[in-house]
Design a protein around this ligand. Structure first.
Ligand code: ACO
Length: 436
């Protein structure tokens, strides 16, 4: 970290001695004030629920400028990566810091695509779930269970274990997501086919049956690959911070990634694309486009607790650059499938138009986020709505791993242990039960 010449001084109105705090400069983005010695020197903690002003680590992986609407993976703008690179090249970049050359790309692809099968025993583990279990409940279980199957890659402090765990997780996530889907609909699992592309193989495992093969459609495979690329990493969001915190105890990589999957499930995070499609279905059932005005009224009424799902973002207070790219893909896919007149898609486009012009959304800088469009694209491809978040988890796995590995390799890394402001009861005596 590069120290700044400027220092921050913390002073107290009660005359307690003031304290100088070092400042570090990022390569871009806000500087940080180093408060690590604050408790030792003043006996005070800082208070920042939701981490609104707190950097939990230093990182070289992903940079977001929410005001500019900028997203960089290892310095490369997402707009360039989405157009010039495929998902596995992006994975290589996130893990290694550099884009691969042709040989490196071929070798990495070959490695990943030769780890796509899962231990056959996984099927029996999966069979313990109810058929109607939510795919994210199943994925949390399956990813966590990988630590029971791959004992030679569970030592988080061993770089070789971390490396093979990374390849296994990236390679096997599509297989597990497809298995979870096939299990729900009662179809046989389709084994991976390693000569297909990463996204093409996933779509075949989802949609082929033993009676009928699936012929990947280039436009749809490209759309799926783009969904993966746009969701590959997003700096220190809730699930990534969960993975780091979980991994900081020294647990194995599979357990740490399973914690990320669990966190991602929430509707304020990865569950938003599912929540968004459910919202569109609800409006459709209320009466469709004609009912948008009534729905928007509810959204603006704070007492209703209704949110326009797929809109707004904690960090982007300008257009989410991923949403722009996903919007493009959305129109490409709808065109390819001749779905521009589908009532649900028409409803989504109308909602987008109204929200972009409405003063409530404009004033709060609430733009459609990537999940608004990725849900529409996935539905058009034929992915069932409850599987959306599992696909997000598949795509984000590489980001979680890159962040976890970066943390373990950081000499300053410590077990994460937030502090608290205690406002509960002060010491008191336990009375015998008859006197309470
Ligand atoms: N619909 C209606 N109003 C909204 C929405 C929304 N989707 N999002 C924010 N607002 C309003 C808030 O009520 C608040 O209004 P106020 O100033 O009058 O009180 C204002 O906009 C600011 O919102 P905050 O809640 O402070 O924004 P925050 O950064 O905490 O929340 C969040 C961000 C959680 C993403 C929120 O916008 C939301 O719930 N969106 C819907 C869910 C969603 O799409 N999540 C996906 C995020 S992207 C991802 O995980 C890949």
């Amino acid at each position: 970290m590069t120290p700044s010449d400027v220092k921050a001084t913390l002073s107290f109105s009660d005359g307690s001695p003031s304290m100088d705090l070092p400042i570090y400069k990022g390569s871009v983005g806000p500087d940080v004030i180093d408060i690590r010695k604050l408790y030792g020197q003043t006996g005070k903690f800082t208070y920042d629920p939701g981490f609104l002003s707190t950097a939990s680590c230093n990182s070289t992986i992903t940079y977001i400028d929410g005001d500019k609407g900028e997203l960089l993976y290892r310095g490369y703008p997402i707009e360039q990566l989405a157009v010039n690179c495929d998902y596995l090249e992006t994975c290589y970049l996130l893990l290694n810091g550099q884009l691969p050359n042709a040989d490196q790309k071929a070798e990495f692809e070959n490695r990943v695509m030769h780890h796509t099968m899962v231990n056959e025993q996984m099927q029996f583990f999966l069979r313990g779930f109810r058929r109607d279990a939510h795919p994210m409940a199943v994925m949390t279980g399956l990813v966590g269970a990988m630590s029971a199957f791959y004992h030679d890659s569970t030592d988080i402090n061993n770089p070789e274990h971390r490396e093979i765990a990374a390849i296994r997780l990236i390679a096997k996530m599509p297989t597990l997501v497809a298995m979870a889907y096939k299990y729900t609909i009662g179809q046989p699992y389709i084994y991976p086919k390693n000569d297909l592309s990463y996204a093409g193989n996933f779509m075949r495992m989802m949609f082929a049956t033993p009676c009928e093969d699936y012929k990947p459609n280039d436009v749809l495979v490209r759309a799926m690959d783009r969904i993966f690329t746009l969701h590959a990493d997003h700096e220190q969001n809730a699930s990534t911070s969960t993975v780091r915190l979980c991994g900081s105890s020294g647990t194995n990589p599979f357990a740490a990634i399973a914690a990320g999957v669990a966190c991602l499930w929430g509707p304020a995070h990865g569950g938003a694309n599912e929540a968004c499609l459910n919202m569109l279905n609800d409006i459709q059932q209320m009466g469709g486009v004609a009912k948008i005005g009534e729905f928007i009224k509810q959204v603006k009424d704070k007492s209703s607790n209704v949110k326009l799902m797929g809109f707004g973002h904690r960090v982007y207070k300008n257009y989410d650059p991923r949403a722009k790219l996903m919007r493009e893909t959305c129109h490409e896919v709808l065109g390819e499938l001749g779905l521009h007149n589908d009532p649900l898609f028409k409803l989504a486009m109308e909602l987008e138009k109204i929200a972009l012009e409405d003063e409530y959304f404009v004033a709060r800088k609430l733009y459609p986020n990537v999940d608004f469009y990725s849900g529409i694209v996935q539905r058009a491809i034929g992915i069932p709505v409850p599987l959306f978040t599992a696909i997000f988890a598949l795509a984000r796995t590489v980001g979680w791993i890159a962040q976890l590995n970066e943390m373990i390799a950081d000499p300053e890394y410590k077990i994460g242990r937030p502090r608290q402001l205690f406002v509960g009861a002060t010491p008191r005596d336990v009375k015998p039960i008859a006197e309470r």
